[in-house]
Design a protein around this ligand. Structure first.
Ligand SMILES: [Zn+2]
Length: 576
């Protein structure tokens, strides 16, 4: 199952790197050295230098991605795991230190200010910010953090259960939660959660170590805590921690009541006294679960038609991904959980990884990742190298690209995956899912704010804080007798472990994507043109300008969320 890279077309030839280059320190060191030692005697030199440096960066990012693909496609192949870990442990620390030398060289160049600010201003700001937070002594700590991430991955990837005579991953188990048979749902839920809880002590200890490391990293860089450090590190130039807290409050005020209304209606429709955690994914009308496809081939051929119904150019991109085999979609043993889209930065092509099990949400996930991929295609021909690479894309807008596609695509499922009634059900599910997602984003983000502004907390204090935050944003499902599952639910959110502070982006992007969805329903052509135009800007503009280019307000405060809640409420009524 090795990723067959050689067959991919190379449409962007190298100008600076040698044609043959090994991905090891022997190969890379002289190149870093050449860039560090090259004299820069004018703005043209600096531009050339930056473009060469970006080429090196693309090579490194792509090689890392290839190792990551292999290790996630086959977590049970020790060779792939070893190759990725070797990169993280040996090569990445060296690259970071050498990269910092280049960053300093750029920062101290007097020609910086001679470059046209309209083109280079934002990149200049990013680099200045990166110089300000980098500390060589943090490289070792970050390496330890990566190793802990790998450990989390191994533990989470190995979680399987015996259920009804078959070994299944927890992702495969989630399918049973859609079954009308309540006893079956309960058994499946208890089996999965029981399995996850078996590892709670090891996951707790991994997280405790991570939080301590991250706190040290932030203090080394001169910050009061890791939250404040990450806002700078993640180039969050356009919002502050206080804006996130306003978002949490707005979700509590505008979204949580709607979420509980939905649950109350669900409870009534299901004829239950109390809603339990295994009652949330089943159709409240008692109908069998939506099963849009039997196998991956059907999923893909359906997606071709769906995207074709949206836009010809986007359909061409998808066709290209299929032909180049840039999709790994089916769930199988040994495959890491979750789904992602990653760019191969040298060939500038996207790759989609997911675990399809025949569910409605699998179709949405594929279209979500397609949205990310379309952005890679739309920006690949454009402008300066660091602006058309997925690496620099602000997630707050990149997730607008993906979530919009996830929602808009639902307008085209009828006659492809579903009949009319099923397609309405799917859109109803999507709208309800968005309400729940807002609440979940607030939960995860508020939890991270608490964790990193209370360094030195005990695991017991952390659990107590989690439960309090969880209860603030959750629905009406009751956890009597299941308190442990609620207390450790956060352990199944891999972002907390692997990409700290990455989550609020989904909430911000969701407000934007909902705007595109409603515009699409009124004027599809116009909405898709604005969507494509904004995506093609890549990372070249600040986030508020990207939102504006897509015709969206840059606002995720109370006023925006009040509007969003109204919109979702009427959408849910429309599809009921
Ligand atoms: Zn995404």
């Amino acid at each position: 199952m090795v990723f067959d890279y050689a067959r991919l077309p190379r449409e962007f030839p190298r100008h600076f790197l040698p044609a043959e280059l090994n991905f090891d320190w022997e190969g890379l060191e002289p190149i870093f050295g050449a860039l560090a030692g090259r004299p820069i005697s004018g703005p043209k030199d600096l531009e050339r230098w930056m473009s060469d440096e970006a080429e090196l960066d693309s090579f490194i990012t792509e090689q890392k991605a290839l190792r990551y693909f292999n290790s996630t496609r086959q977590t049970d192949n020790p060779e792939y795991t070893k190759a990725y870990e070797l990169y993280l442990e040996v090569l990445e620390p060296k690259i970071k230190v050498a990269g910092f030398e280049l960053l300093k060289k750029y920062a101290s160049s007097r020609f910086r200010t001679d470059l046209p600010q309209s083109e280079y201003g934002l990149e200049d700001r990013r680099r200045a910010s990166a110089v300000s937070v980098f500390r060589p002594e943090n490289v070792e700590l970050e390496k330890q953090d990566s190793a802990l991430s790998q450990e989390y991955y191994r533990i989470a990837g190995a979680m399987t259960v015996e259920f009804r005579g078959q070994e299944r991953t927890l992702q495969q188990m989630s399918k049973f939660l859609e079954e009308p048979d309540r006893a079956l749902r309960e058994e499946a839920w208890r089996t999965s959660n029981g399995r996850a809880l078996k590892d709670r002590a090891s996951l707790d200890s991994i997280y405790t170590k991570m939080v301590a490391l991250r706190d040290r990293v932030s203090r080394n860089a001169g910050f009061a805590n890791y939250r404040d450090y990450m806002f700078v590190k993640k180039d969050r130039f356009d919002y502050a921690p206080a804006d996130c807290v306003r978002f949490h409050d707005a979700v509590a005020e505008c979204i949580v009541p709607l979420s509980r209304e939905i649950d109350e209606e669900r409870r009534e429709n299901l004829g239950l006294d109390t809603l339990r955690p295994w009652d949330l994914r089943v159709d409240p009308g008692g109908r069998p679960p939506l099963r849009p496809f039997d196998d991956v081939a059907e999923l893909v051929s359906g997606a071709k038609r769906v995207v074709g119904g949206i836009d010809g150019q986007l359909a061409g991109f998808f066709e290209r991904m299929v032909n180049l085999e840039l999709l790994d979609l089916e769930s199988r043993k040994g495959k890491a959980p979750g789904g992602y889209q990653e760019e191969l930065t040298e060939v500038r092509l996207p790759f989609i990884f997911m675990n399809a099990a025949g569910k409605d949400s699998d179709v949405r996930t594929l279209l979500h990742e397609c949205g990310h991929s379309f952005q890679i295609f739309l920006m690949r021909e454009k402008g300066l190298p660091f602006f058309n690479s997925g690496v620099n894309l602000p997630s707050e807008f990149a997730e607008v690209a993906s979530m919009s596609m996830e929602m808009v695509s639902g307008e085209h499922y009828e006659g492809v995956y579903y009949d009319r009634e099923q397609s309405r059900r799917s859109n109803w599910d999507e709208a309800v899912g968005n309400v729940k997602l807002f609440a979940w984003v607030a939960t995860i983000d508020a939890f991270q704010h608490w964790v990193y502004t209370h360094p030195g907390h005990t695991p017991e204090e952390r659990t107590a804080a989690w439960v309090k935050i969880y209860n603030r944003f959750c629905g009406l499902e009751g956890y009597e007798g299941l308190e442990d599952s609620r207390a450790y639910r956060w352990q199944r959110q891999l972002h907390l472990f692997e990409v700290p502070f990455y989550y609020i982006e989904y909430g911000i992007a969701l407000t934007g994507a909902l705007g595109i969805w409603s515009r699409y329903k009124k004027d599809p052509k116009d909405a898709i043109e604005a969507y494509k135009g904004a995506l093609s800007l890549g990372a070249s503009r600040p986030i508020p300008e990207l939102f504006a280019a897509a015709g969206l307000d840059w606002d995720f405060g109370p006023a925006a969320l009040r509007r969003v809640a109204e919109g979702l409420r009427s959408e849910i009524r429309e599809y009921s």
